[in-house]
Design a protein around this ligand. Structure first.
Ligand code: ATP
Ligand code: MG
Length: 561
């Protein structure tokens, strides 16, 4: 949200101009209008942050309006998921509204339009109507039913409502201008017959209003002052205004539609319809699969509401479409998690280290800070013993001077513990290292105050005690698509670009303090990345999702600019 520290975006300029022209501030009212035909995605987050952000900035109410005019695609499950996601993002709506609550009002208005000679029932096939629509350069042809009498139109429309006709037999069209240069103005359809139960109105209706007829009138009924939508609706604005003209009462606020650019994120898709295919075809495990760009997928992956809001605020609102690199989103979650989550030990690709001069059977508990970024976060105890795991990649038999990890004859510090020195290693018949033998310096314990404890060695490694560690399932995610913009290829379906390695499941070893962790708890695994507990996790078997790695590739891209 713009708290006044940033320059105004063009949407805010529009509002400021209206206020300057005398529009009363207390009449400002906004809405976020999802169609409940899928789960919200990261693109919607931009629209949510825009509309609710304006509400906060101007102290104006914001409605959550479900644009539920297509019973074939909409479900209560989606309504519930959308409410959960908007609330989770941290926003409070004024009224929960449904376009379907306006079905009767819209019907009555449609009757008025018929009476005023502004709408008629067309009884042609959709193919015939499509042919008559013309092209952008050639005007359309009037339907043979265009001049039906008001009486006949009223009669047919009422019978459409009563369910006397089959789907496709009749439609109600606005009578505007078949010669308009804007094709949308060439007698657009207002109602179609659909013999389908609606998730809220059930079988009360078998005619359903079209988007254009519904949206502006819903804005008007709710007295929304500024109705912001994405650019593909720019051409619809003329129709939005025409429909408002038919019902507008000058005493009331007249809503104003303005458009902003859709936000696209790299290596994914932001379209409910296409995301539904991923779910239906089993490419992912559900709408909340942690690889999905849905709000619920990001939540399950470990994202915080703050990180998503900060991302949306950083990219802001634009007049033209462009592609936002997903690493910017990752940058924001890393930045937020760095401040708030505890650091813990987890080894994902273990190799055993035996500390030969540490007494067998002995254990000790080392003090370790929970989060150096947060002094209030306190500390905890970490068990240490003769056998530990470190990452395979942290050991090499021989290495050059730039390798600050463990090598034969070299020393490293174990995080929060002792300095160890690699003396030898054991290999299997294929030459793979199976165990490393080290000695430790008993006086070098971190924080013990001795001269040796202050001794600096170049590398510090994370580790866990073999005997105390918990085995856990760790789910490592990568981008869902190998292509930057998978749904922009004319000759290829986006499913052809699925990354076959978008999920890798491994067993890792984590420190025992994680035993009591709860679903959604978040951590930084030292030197590896950010992880959270997945909803599939049980006390017997912990399951972690990797939210994002530690490496900050976005900052590097920015630095190069
Ligand atoms: P989808 O194709 O994913 O279903 P939509 O635009 O049809 O998207 P709606 O439920 O109609 O989805 O969207 C609700 C609001 O969110 C609309 O105002 C729409 O313009 C906005 N919105 C949807 N996708 C994006 C996006 N990628 N970036 C910004 N705003 C978006
Ligand atoms: Mg839509």
């Amino acid at each position: 949200m713009n708290d006044g520290s940033k320059p105004l975006n063009f949407i805010e300029h529009i509002i400021e101009e209206d206020l300057a022209k005398g529009f009363p501030k207390e009449d400002l009212r906004f809405r976020f209008p999802p169609e409940p035909n899928g789960y919200l995605h990261i693109g919607h987050a931009s629209s949510i942050c825009l509309n609710f952000g304006l509400g906060l900035r101007y102290g104006a109410p914001v409605n959550l309006r479900f644009d539920d005019t297509n019973p074939a695609k909409e479900e209560q499950e989606y309504v519930d998921a959308i409410k959960k996601d908007v609330a989770w993002l941290g926003f409070e709506w004024n009224h929960e509204c449904f376009a379907s609550d306006y079905f009767q009002k819209l019907y009555d208005w449609a009757v008025t339009l018929i009476k005023n000679g502004k709408a008629y029932v067309d009884s042609q096939s959709s193919e015939a109507m499509a042919v008559q629509k013309g092209t952008p350069t050639a005007p359309g042809i009037a339907s043979p039913y265009r001049e039906r009498s008001v009486q006949e139109n009223l009669d047919l429309f009422e019978r459409m409502k009563k369910g006397e006709f089959k789907e496709g037999e009749h439609v109600l069209r606005a009578k505007i201008d078949m010669g308009s240069s804007n094709m949308l103005m060439r007698d657009p359809i207002m109602y179609r017959i659909l013999h389908k139960a609606h998730h809220r109105t059930n079988t009360d209706w078998c005619i359903y209003p079209m988007y254009d007829w519904t949206h502006g009138e819903s804005d008007y009924l709710e007295q929304v002052s500024h109705s912001f939508c994405t650019l593909e609706f720019a051409m619809h604005r003329e129709l939005y205004d025409w429909f408002l003209d038919q019902v507008y009462d000058t005493e009331k606020t007249r809503p104003k539609q303005r458009e902003f650019a859709r936000r696209n994120l790299s290596h994914t898709i932001v379209s409910k319809r296409k995301l539904l295919r991923l779910v239906e075809e089993g490419v992912v495990t559900g709408w909340d699969d942690p690889r999905m760009p849905t709000i619920s997928g990001l939540r399950r992956r470990g994202y915080t509401p703050e990180s998503i809001r900060n991302f949306a605020d950083t990219i802001g609102i634009a007049k033209r479409e462009n592609l936002i690199d997903v690493s910017l989103l990752e940058f924001h979650v890393r930045e937020h998690l760095n401040k708030i989550v505890p650091r813990v030990m987890g080894v994902l690709d273990p190799i055993k280290v035996v500390i030969t001069n540490y007494p067998e059977g002995q254990e000790e508990w080392l003090e370790i800070e929970n989060n150096p970024e947060d002094p209030e976060s306190g500390s905890r105890q970490l068990p240490f013993s003769r056998e530990i795991y470190i990452e395979k990649a942290d050991f090499k038999e021989e290495a050059n001077k730039k390798f600050f990890r463990l090598k034969l004859g070299g020393e490293v510090r174990l995080k929060a513990g002792y300095i160890i020195k690699a003396e030898s290693c054991t290999k299997d018949t294929d030459g793979n290292i199976t165990e490393i033998q080290c000695t430790y310096d008993p006086k070098s314990k971190s924080g013990s105050g001795t001269e040796e404890s202050l001794r600096k060695v170049k590398g510090t490694l994370h580790w866990v005690s073999v005997q105390h560690a918990l085995a856990a399932e760790v789910r490592l995610y990568d981008r869902l698509f190998t292509d930057e913009s998978p749904d922009t290829h004319k000759d290829k379906d986006f499913l052809e670009f699925i990354n076959p390695n978008s999920l890798e499941v491994i067993t890792g070893y984590v420190e025992p303090s994680l035993k009591e962790s709860k679903i959604e708890d978040r951590f930084q695994f030292q030197r590896i990345g950010y992880f959270n507990i997945d909803k599939d996790s049980t006390p017997e078997k912990l399951i972690f999702n990797r939210t994002v790695g530690l490496r900050d590739s976005w900052a590097k891209i920015e630095e190069k600019k």
